[in-house]
Design a protein around this ligand. Structure first.
Ligand code: ATP
Ligand code: MG
Length: 307
């Protein structure tokens, strides 16, 4: 295994009764990555994370962490991994410090200094002595991240850390994740069901659906793959068509669909296209930049629950 791959899953699979929750999943996380693990509800994200953190056993396949096989070298493999799955669970009548102390003691003990450090990293340094029941949802999420950081792991695995947060709370957690990667040199593996969330922080990503890998790679490349296009709507259509045909150099092509036009082009040229349309006497009603990956992910999400 090349040293910079710090997490690798080989055909990882988990079957519950006669149903595969995760199937043949092969992931590769590189040192320094913020790796986004994207999938709609029920896709198998938490199940995968449970297998990576060794909380459940795979039915088939295996996990390698820092070059160690999780099954045969469990403690070495997990020695520099910290994580949380689903909602972090705390004793609400105990303080944040006491909760972290208890969790630390399950893993051989943790110094008070370290507890204060992680609370500081997640922005809770002033609230360590307060009971967790007085914490907002966002503060509990951040306390969950503090828990994952306790042992100062190199790989931090977070399952939907922004779930249920308001936009401000989401932003704070995003900034925290970026801080962990940039300042603290952590590799972060985080799951989400929102493409936008992943796009804002991750450099690499994988999409899973119904337990199977759909695509994996660089976020930028994946978002550009299949292209970006702009949906153009307005009247009269004949004039729109004439403008699109005349600007062949800038516009890479177009297709007409349901009375609107999908134009393959650089988003930077949208104002130019708007000008050209207006000049030609078109009443423009919409110019909407779209990306194929976004459409694709949306179509997966929209089809959830339908058989
Ligand atoms: N303990 C279990 N027993 C039986 N089936 C399970 C169990 N845990 C998960 N599943 C099933 O496995 C599939 C994947 O679930 P999982 O929780 O991994 O999805 P997820 O991507 O984390 O979804 P969400 O976004 O809702 O958290 C689902 O169909 C779920 O019902
Ligand atoms: Mg989940």
């Amino acid at each position: 295994m090349t040293p910079h791959v710090i997490l690798r899953t080989h055909n990882l699979s988990k079957k519950y009764k006669d149903r595969w929750a995760v199937r043949n999943l092969s992931l590769e996380v590189h040192r320094g990555d913020i790796f986004g693990f994207l999938g709609p509800n029920g896709a198998g994200k938490s199940t995968t994370i449970r297998m990576i953190l060794s909380l459940i056993r795979p039915t088939e396949g295996r996990v390698e962490l820092f070059g160690y096989d999780l099954k045969s070298h469990r403690s070495k493999a997990l020695s520099s991994v910290g994580g949380i799955v689903e909602k972090p669970d705390f004793y609400s009548y105990l303080s944040a410090v006491r909760n972290l102390d208890l969790i630390g003691s399950l893993n051989g003990g943790v110094e008070k200094k370290r507890i204060l450090e992680v609370l500081d990293v997640v922005g809770l340094s002033g609230r360590g002595g307060d009971k967790v029941k007085t914490f907002s949802h966002g503060m509990k999420q951040r306390l969950g991240i503090a828990q994952a950081l306790l042992s100062d792991p190199e790989l931090v695995v977070l399952d939907e850390p922004t779930s249920g947060l308001d936009p401000q709370g989401m932003k704070e957690v995003r900034q925290l994740i970026l801080h962990l990667a940039k300042e603290q040199k952590k590799t972060v593996f985080l799951s989400s069901h929102l493409l936008n969330e992943i796009e804002l922080v991750a450099n690499r990503m994988a999409i899973i659906n119904k337990g199977e890998l759909v695509v994996q790679g660089e976020v930028k490349a994946l978002l550009d793959e299949g292209g970006r296009y702009v949906v153009v709507e307005g009247e009269p259509k004949a004039k729109i068509k004439a403008v699109l045909k005349k600007n062949k150099k800038l516009l890479e092509g177009f297709t007409e669909r349901d009375g609107s036009f999908d134009v393959k082009m650089d988003f930077d040229d949208v104002p130019m296209l708007n000008n050209a349309l207006v000049k030609a006497g078109v009443r423009v009603t919409a110019l909407v930049p779209r990306r194929s990956l976004e459409d694709f992910f949306l179509s997966i999400t929209e089809n959830q629950g339908k058989v």
